[in-house]
Design a protein around this ligand. Structure first.
Ligand code: UDP
Length: 235
């Protein structure tokens, strides 16, 4: 089957890497997510991955710490996650490299869009660590930014729910899932898809986002083939 998206940016939250443990990484969970990534890669799709850091630290919930320092710790947490994902891919025979937003040459390559595109074209997965490299931003915004920088056809936002609902499906049994949505609707209704900075970047640059459940990692391969696995947000 032909793929719908030739090049994608997959956003994996830090929380997803923690599995049932809730914090840190769970190697079995990461391995199962990476098996799903491998299945999509085996279809010939070029894949960039932005990882979050919430399994270790979130700057905005850091209490009395200076926010800039707290966000630096958050960005470093995403680098740890990026290395863990790259290594789990390696264990499954999938070539992958880490690129970080801030230079740390002993740890990984420093991000540059042309180098990232060259890696993707050579068949390697690129795992982006360090978010945007700036405090205050989120890894959702880093995903939108990197997706645009590498010329991705879509951003795949892997979450813990199977799409976007009109209200919280955990609280309201009558919540209705959307198959498709516009960015304007997401922004106007403040739907919990991603932060508004990321949603605005995607809207203004015509980048569609597919929100889907990573609970079943085979959804990644389904998503790149255009199957209706979650909610497609576009304009
Ligand atoms: N962060 C940041 N700038 C960025 C991306 C992330 O300062 O461009 C910091 C911020 O403190 C954030 C933390 O890194 O709380 C982890 O990222 P995020 O909360 O987006 O992770 P996720 O919720 O996706 O696991």
């Amino acid at each position: 089957m032909a793929v719908k998206y030739q090049r994608v940016l997959l956003k994996v939250s830090g929380e997803a890497l923690a599995g049932a443990k809730g914090t840190g990484f769970d190697e079995a969970t990461i391995a199962s997510i990476c098996a799903g990534i491998k299945a999509a890669h085996d279809l010939g799709v070029q894949i960039g991955i932005v990882v979050g850091g919430g399994n270790f630290w979130r700057g905005r919930s850091s209490g009395k710490m200076d926010r800039m320092d707290a966000d630096k710790i958050g960005m470093l947490a995403t680098v740890m996650n990026a290395i863990a994902v790259k290594d789990a891919l390696r264990q499954q025979g999938v070539p992958a490299v880490v690129m970080t937003s801030a230079a740390m040459p002993q740890v990984a390559d420093t991000f540059r869009s042309d180098k990232a595109i060259a890696e993707l074209e050579a068949g390697r997965i690129v795992v982006f660590g360090g978010g945007t490299g700036n405090p205050i931003f989120s890894t959702d915004t880093a995903s939108a930014l990197r997706a645009l920088e590498i010329g991705a056809d879509a951003m795949l936002k892997a979450t813990m729910v199977d799409g976007v609902y009109d209200k919280d499906p955990h609280k309201y049994p009558d919540a209705v899932k959307y198959d498709t949505l516009t960015f304007t609707h997401v922004l106007d209704e403040r739907l919990a898809v991603m932060d508004s900075t990321a949603a605005t970047l995607c809207r203004d640059n015509g980048l569609p986002i597919l929100v889907f459940d990573l609970g079943d990692p085979s959804n990644i391969a389904r998503a790149v083939q255009g199957e209706n696995v979650g909610t497609l947000v576009s304009e």
